[in-house]
Write a protein that binds this ligand. Sequence first.
Ligand code: GLP
Length: 245
Amino acid sequence: MELIIVPGYSEVGAVASDIVASEVARDHSLHLGVATGSSPLSLYEALVERHASTWDYSKLRVSCLDEYIGLPRESEYTYRKTVIRTVLRPLGVPEHQFTSPDVWNSAPEVAAQKFEEFLAEHPVDLQIAGIGTNGHIAFNEPNSGLLSRTRVARLSPETRAANARFFPSPDVVPHLCVTQGLGTILNSRMLLMVVSGAEKSRALASAVNGPLTAACPASIVQMHSNAVIVADEDAAREVAQAVWA
Ligand code: GLP
Protein backbone atom coordinates (compact mmCIF):
# COMPACT_ATOMS: atom_id res chain seq x y z
CA MET A 1 0.00 0.00 0.00
CA GLU A 2 1.43 3.34 -1.05
CA LEU A 3 0.11 6.65 0.25
CA ILE A 4 0.92 9.79 -1.73
CA ILE A 5 0.02 13.06 -0.02
CA VAL A 6 -0.39 16.19 -2.11
CA PRO A 7 -1.53 19.74 -1.22
CA GLY A 8 -5.12 19.78 -2.47
CA TYR A 9 -7.95 18.40 -4.61
CA SER A 10 -6.57 19.48 -7.98
CA GLU A 11 -3.17 17.92 -7.20
CA VAL A 12 -4.94 14.67 -6.25
CA GLY A 13 -6.44 14.69 -9.74
CA ALA A 14 -3.14 15.53 -11.43
CA VAL A 15 -1.09 12.85 -9.65
CA ALA A 16 -3.80 10.20 -9.98
CA SER A 17 -4.25 11.02 -13.67
CA ASP A 18 -0.51 10.49 -14.21
CA ILE A 19 -0.85 7.02 -12.67
CA VAL A 20 -3.84 6.17 -14.90
CA ALA A 21 -2.09 7.52 -17.99
CA SER A 22 1.05 5.48 -17.33
CA GLU A 23 -1.07 2.32 -17.10
CA VAL A 24 -2.90 3.24 -20.32
CA ALA A 25 0.47 3.85 -21.97
CA ARG A 26 1.38 0.23 -21.26
CA ASP A 27 -1.94 -1.16 -22.45
CA HIS A 28 -4.33 0.94 -24.56
CA SER A 29 -7.13 -1.56 -24.14
CA LEU A 30 -6.93 -2.05 -20.41
CA HIS A 31 -10.03 -2.48 -18.29
CA LEU A 32 -10.49 0.71 -16.27
CA GLY A 33 -12.90 0.55 -13.34
CA VAL A 34 -14.23 3.99 -12.57
CA ALA A 35 -15.93 5.45 -9.51
CA THR A 36 -18.59 8.11 -9.15
CA GLY A 37 -18.89 10.83 -6.53
CA SER A 38 -16.96 14.08 -6.53
CA SER A 39 -13.56 12.72 -5.44
CA PRO A 40 -12.50 11.31 -8.85
CA LEU A 41 -13.80 14.28 -10.91
CA SER A 42 -10.48 16.16 -10.74
CA LEU A 43 -8.78 12.95 -11.89
CA TYR A 44 -11.06 12.66 -14.95
CA GLU A 45 -10.60 16.35 -15.76
CA ALA A 46 -6.81 16.09 -15.41
CA LEU A 47 -6.80 12.99 -17.60
CA VAL A 48 -8.36 15.05 -20.39
CA GLU A 49 -6.24 18.16 -19.80
CA ARG A 50 -2.86 16.50 -19.25
CA HIS A 51 -3.05 13.27 -21.22
CA ALA A 52 -5.89 13.17 -23.75
CA SER A 53 -3.71 14.38 -26.60
CA THR A 54 -0.94 11.90 -25.73
CA TRP A 55 -2.84 8.66 -25.37
CA ASP A 56 -5.71 7.05 -27.18
CA TYR A 57 -8.47 6.08 -24.75
CA SER A 58 -10.93 4.89 -27.37
CA LYS A 59 -10.00 1.23 -26.89
CA LEU A 60 -10.43 1.16 -23.10
CA ARG A 61 -12.92 -1.20 -21.55
CA VAL A 62 -14.70 0.69 -18.76
CA SER A 63 -16.87 -0.54 -15.90
CA CYS A 64 -18.17 1.06 -12.74
CA LEU A 65 -18.48 0.08 -9.10
CA ASP A 66 -22.18 0.37 -8.48
CA GLU A 67 -25.61 1.54 -9.63
CA TYR A 68 -28.73 2.83 -7.92
CA ILE A 69 -31.93 0.80 -8.03
CA GLY A 70 -35.20 2.60 -8.73
CA LEU A 71 -34.19 5.42 -11.08
CA PRO A 72 -35.46 5.48 -14.68
CA ARG A 73 -32.78 4.33 -17.15
CA GLU A 74 -32.63 7.76 -18.79
CA SER A 75 -32.37 9.68 -15.49
CA GLU A 76 -29.32 11.92 -15.35
CA TYR A 77 -28.76 10.74 -11.75
CA THR A 78 -27.98 7.12 -12.60
CA TYR A 79 -24.34 6.17 -12.27
CA ARG A 80 -24.51 4.89 -15.85
CA LYS A 81 -25.34 8.38 -17.14
CA THR A 82 -22.84 9.95 -14.74
CA VAL A 83 -20.02 7.81 -16.14
CA ILE A 84 -21.07 8.55 -19.73
CA ARG A 85 -21.03 12.30 -18.96
CA THR A 86 -17.86 12.52 -16.85
CA VAL A 87 -15.64 9.76 -18.29
CA LEU A 88 -16.71 8.25 -21.60
CA ARG A 89 -17.56 11.41 -23.56
CA PRO A 90 -14.58 13.49 -22.36
CA LEU A 91 -12.16 10.63 -23.08
CA GLY A 92 -13.81 9.47 -26.30
CA VAL A 93 -14.62 5.94 -25.13
CA PRO A 94 -17.55 4.41 -27.08
CA GLU A 95 -20.56 3.60 -24.89
CA HIS A 96 -20.65 -0.03 -26.02
CA GLN A 97 -17.29 -0.54 -24.24
CA PHE A 98 -18.86 0.42 -20.90
CA THR A 99 -20.49 -2.12 -18.60
CA SER A 100 -22.39 -1.44 -15.40
CA PRO A 101 -25.08 -3.31 -13.46
CA ASP A 102 -28.09 -3.40 -15.79
CA VAL A 103 -30.82 -2.89 -13.21
CA TRP A 104 -33.38 -1.97 -15.88
CA ASN A 105 -33.64 -5.17 -17.89
CA SER A 106 -33.66 -7.80 -15.17
CA ALA A 107 -34.36 -8.22 -11.49
CA PRO A 108 -31.69 -6.47 -9.38
CA GLU A 109 -30.34 -9.77 -7.98
CA VAL A 110 -29.95 -11.08 -11.54
CA ALA A 111 -28.27 -7.84 -12.64
CA ALA A 112 -25.84 -8.19 -9.73
CA GLN A 113 -25.04 -11.79 -10.61
CA LYS A 114 -24.53 -10.94 -14.29
CA PHE A 115 -22.22 -8.05 -13.42
CA GLU A 116 -20.19 -10.27 -11.09
CA GLU A 117 -19.88 -12.86 -13.91
CA PHE A 118 -18.78 -10.13 -16.33
CA LEU A 119 -16.06 -9.00 -13.91
CA ALA A 120 -14.89 -12.59 -13.42
CA GLU A 121 -14.55 -12.96 -17.21
CA HIS A 122 -13.00 -9.51 -17.65
CA PRO A 123 -10.96 -8.68 -14.53
CA VAL A 124 -10.43 -5.00 -13.85
CA ASP A 125 -6.84 -3.89 -14.47
CA LEU A 126 -7.06 -0.57 -12.67
CA GLN A 127 -9.90 0.26 -10.28
CA ILE A 128 -10.42 3.87 -9.21
CA ALA A 129 -12.28 4.33 -5.90
CA GLY A 130 -13.29 7.03 -3.51
CA ILE A 131 -14.18 6.61 0.15
CA GLY A 132 -17.32 7.58 2.02
CA THR A 133 -17.23 9.57 5.24
CA ASN A 134 -18.27 6.39 7.08
CA GLY A 135 -15.49 4.39 5.40
CA HIS A 136 -17.66 2.88 2.67
CA ILE A 137 -16.17 1.89 -0.64
CA ALA A 138 -18.47 1.61 -3.66
CA PHE A 139 -21.73 1.04 -1.73
CA ASN A 140 -20.25 -1.41 0.75
CA GLU A 141 -21.46 0.15 3.94
CA PRO A 142 -19.96 -0.62 7.38
CA ASN A 143 -20.35 -4.29 8.28
CA SER A 144 -20.31 -5.49 4.68
CA GLY A 145 -18.53 -8.82 4.37
CA LEU A 146 -14.82 -8.36 3.73
CA LEU A 147 -14.99 -10.91 0.90
CA SER A 148 -18.49 -9.98 -0.30
CA ARG A 149 -19.39 -10.20 -4.00
CA THR A 150 -21.57 -8.03 -6.24
CA ARG A 151 -25.02 -7.87 -4.71
CA VAL A 152 -28.07 -5.80 -3.88
CA ALA A 153 -27.34 -3.55 -0.88
CA ARG A 154 -29.06 -0.85 1.15
CA LEU A 155 -27.61 2.65 1.49
CA SER A 156 -27.07 3.86 5.05
CA PRO A 157 -28.87 7.05 6.14
CA GLU A 158 -25.44 8.75 6.31
CA THR A 159 -24.64 7.84 2.70
CA ARG A 160 -28.11 8.88 1.47
CA ALA A 161 -27.64 12.24 3.19
CA ALA A 162 -24.13 12.68 1.74
CA ASN A 163 -25.30 11.82 -1.79
CA ALA A 164 -28.41 14.03 -1.60
CA ARG A 165 -26.36 16.90 -3.04
CA PHE A 166 -26.42 15.17 -6.43
CA PHE A 167 -30.25 14.96 -6.47
CA PRO A 168 -33.00 17.59 -6.75
CA SER A 169 -34.27 16.67 -3.28
CA PRO A 170 -33.11 14.34 -0.46
CA ASP A 171 -36.32 12.24 -0.63
CA VAL A 172 -35.54 11.00 -4.13
CA VAL A 173 -32.16 9.49 -3.25
CA PRO A 174 -32.63 5.75 -3.79
CA HIS A 175 -32.47 3.38 -0.83
CA LEU A 176 -31.11 0.40 -2.73
CA CYS A 177 -28.29 -0.29 -5.14
CA VAL A 178 -26.26 -2.99 -6.82
CA THR A 179 -22.65 -2.75 -5.70
CA GLN A 180 -19.46 -4.63 -6.37
CA GLY A 181 -18.54 -6.47 -3.19
CA LEU A 182 -15.34 -5.92 -1.24
CA GLY A 183 -14.03 -9.27 -2.47
CA THR A 184 -14.89 -8.27 -6.03
CA ILE A 185 -12.96 -5.01 -5.68
CA LEU A 186 -9.98 -6.91 -4.27
CA ASN A 187 -9.80 -8.87 -7.55
CA SER A 188 -8.68 -5.74 -9.42
CA ARG A 189 -5.02 -5.83 -10.48
CA MET A 190 -4.42 -2.32 -9.14
CA LEU A 191 -6.52 -0.18 -6.79
CA LEU A 192 -6.19 3.60 -6.98
CA MET A 193 -7.99 5.47 -4.18
CA VAL A 194 -8.48 9.22 -4.37
CA VAL A 195 -9.39 11.07 -1.19
CA SER A 196 -9.89 14.78 -0.57
CA GLY A 197 -11.13 17.02 2.20
CA ALA A 198 -11.11 17.11 5.99
CA GLU A 199 -14.48 15.34 6.17
CA LYS A 200 -12.73 12.18 4.90
CA SER A 201 -9.82 12.33 7.38
CA ARG A 202 -11.33 10.00 9.99
CA ALA A 203 -12.32 7.42 7.37
CA LEU A 204 -8.92 7.55 5.67
CA ALA A 205 -7.03 7.16 8.97
CA SER A 206 -9.21 4.16 9.88
CA ALA A 207 -8.70 2.64 6.44
CA VAL A 208 -4.91 2.86 6.45
CA ASN A 209 -3.97 2.77 10.18
CA GLY A 210 -6.88 0.97 11.78
CA PRO A 211 -7.48 -2.75 11.96
CA LEU A 212 -8.75 -4.60 8.91
CA THR A 213 -12.41 -4.58 9.83
CA ALA A 214 -15.85 -4.65 8.27
CA ALA A 215 -16.59 -1.59 10.42
CA CYS A 216 -14.42 0.33 7.93
CA PRO A 217 -14.94 -1.32 4.53
CA ALA A 218 -12.17 0.79 2.94
CA SER A 219 -9.68 -0.97 5.23
CA ILE A 220 -9.61 -3.72 2.56
CA VAL A 221 -7.04 -1.45 0.91
CA GLN A 222 -4.59 -3.03 3.37
CA MET A 223 -5.23 -6.46 1.81
CA HIS A 224 -4.82 -5.35 -1.80
CA SER A 225 -1.53 -6.40 -3.35
CA ASN A 226 -1.16 -3.24 -5.45
CA ALA A 227 -2.96 -0.29 -3.87
CA VAL A 228 -2.06 3.36 -4.23
CA ILE A 229 -3.87 6.09 -2.30
CA VAL A 230 -3.59 9.70 -3.43
CA ALA A 231 -4.87 12.01 -0.70
CA ASP A 232 -4.74 15.71 -0.06
CA GLU A 233 -3.33 17.18 3.14
CA ASP A 234 -6.75 17.80 4.68
CA ALA A 235 -7.83 14.22 4.12
CA ALA A 236 -4.49 12.85 5.40
CA ARG A 237 -4.25 14.97 8.53
CA GLU A 238 -5.30 12.17 10.89
CA VAL A 239 -3.11 9.55 9.22
CA ALA A 240 -0.32 8.42 11.57
CA GLN A 241 3.06 9.97 10.90
CA ALA A 242 4.65 6.55 10.41
CA VAL A 243 2.71 6.03 7.21
CA TRP A 244 3.69 9.41 5.84
CA ALA A 245 7.37 8.45 5.89
C1 GLP B 1 -20.85 7.24 -3.37
C2 GLP B 1 -20.21 6.18 -4.24
C3 GLP B 1 -18.81 5.83 -3.80
C4 GLP B 1 -18.02 7.10 -3.53
C5 GLP B 1 -18.69 7.88 -2.45
C6 GLP B 1 -17.92 9.12 -2.03
O1 GLP B 1 -21.46 6.71 -2.24
N1 GLP B 1 -20.99 4.99 -4.33
O2 GLP B 1 -18.19 5.04 -4.79
O3 GLP B 1 -16.71 6.77 -3.15
O4 GLP B 1 -19.97 8.26 -2.95
O5 GLP B 1 -18.28 10.19 -2.83
P1 GLP B 1 -17.60 11.60 -2.82
O6 GLP B 1 -16.29 11.41 -3.50
O7 GLP B 1 -18.51 12.49 -3.58
O8 GLP B 1 -17.43 11.99 -1.40
